[in-house]
Design a protein around this ligand. Structure first.
Ligand code: FES
Length: 227
């Protein structure tokens, strides 16, 4: 396991937290009484950023449905709450940390770089993603379309390690093609705050090329590190 420098200690005073992006993953760094911890910034319930959550001693509470986590271990301490009742949530992934001088490092498993982007197979999952993610890049495709299949490895290449890239498999949910205005497979959409701001539609009998995806991603101005 190798360690990567992710921040300087002076950037995170005691009782504070800071979100950083490491190789496309959003990580939340927390200082509790001079000890440092690192968690996935994405809430295991529905992916809300934990950076805006309330930190009280070592307990971090998700701002969306109130699930609480022990920042020292990532263990879920309480359920999420919604109109439909309480929902058990998984533990939040925590990363071992090291301090070298003024540098804070986290353990980085190479497998993190190879994680596939999630596949959405139901319309309501897609609605949750658009509600919970400030920015999202969505590939709409089918398993039977050869142009989709040819484009998939390209999309995987650029989504690797990113938290806000998703594949929307349309095989069993063709109604989404009308709902999201998809007339050609593959098509890539960029959403911000639940609004579609950009569209990259494949060309009939050609699909999409790698250069087109690179230009599209660049034009989306995806957010990087912030606090
Ligand atoms: S998204 Fe965090 S508790 Fe629901």
């Amino acid at each position: 396991m190798k360690y990567l420098k992710v921040a300087e200690l002076s950037e995170i005073p005691a009782g504070h937290k800071k979100k950083v992006t490491v190789r496309g993953k959003d990580i939340l760094l927390v200082n509790v009484d001079g000890n440092y911890y690192a968690l996935n910034n994405s809430c295991p319930h529905r992916g809300k950023s934990l950076a805006a959550g309330r930190l009280a001693n070592q307990v971090l509470t998700c701002p969306r449905h109130g699930a609480a986590f022990d920042v020292k271990t990532g263990h879920a301490l309480s359920d999420a709450r919604s109109l439909f009742g309480r929902i058990k949530v998984k533990d939040c992934h925590s990363y071992p940390v090291q301090v070298h001088g003024n540098d804070l490092l986290i353990a980085w498993d190479p497998a993190y770089d190879e994680a596939e982007c999630p596949i959405i197979e139901k319309g309501d999952q897609l609605e949750h993603v658009l509600k919970d993610y400030h920015q999202a890049i969505l590939l709409f495709y089918t398993s039977w379309c050869p142009y989709s299949q040819r484009f998939l490895p390209i999309f995987e290449k650029y989504s690797s390690g990113q938290l806000n890239f998703f594949r929307v498999l349309l095989d069993k949910q063709e109604e989404l093609t009308d709902q999201y205005g998809i007339s050609v497979y593959p098509t890539v959409l960029f959403y911000e705050n639940g609004v579609c701001l950009k569209r990259l539609a494949g060309v009939a009998r050609e699909g999409l090329q790698e250069g087109e995806l690179i230009g599209f991603i660049a034009a989306c101005n995806l957010e990087g590190t912030d606090t």
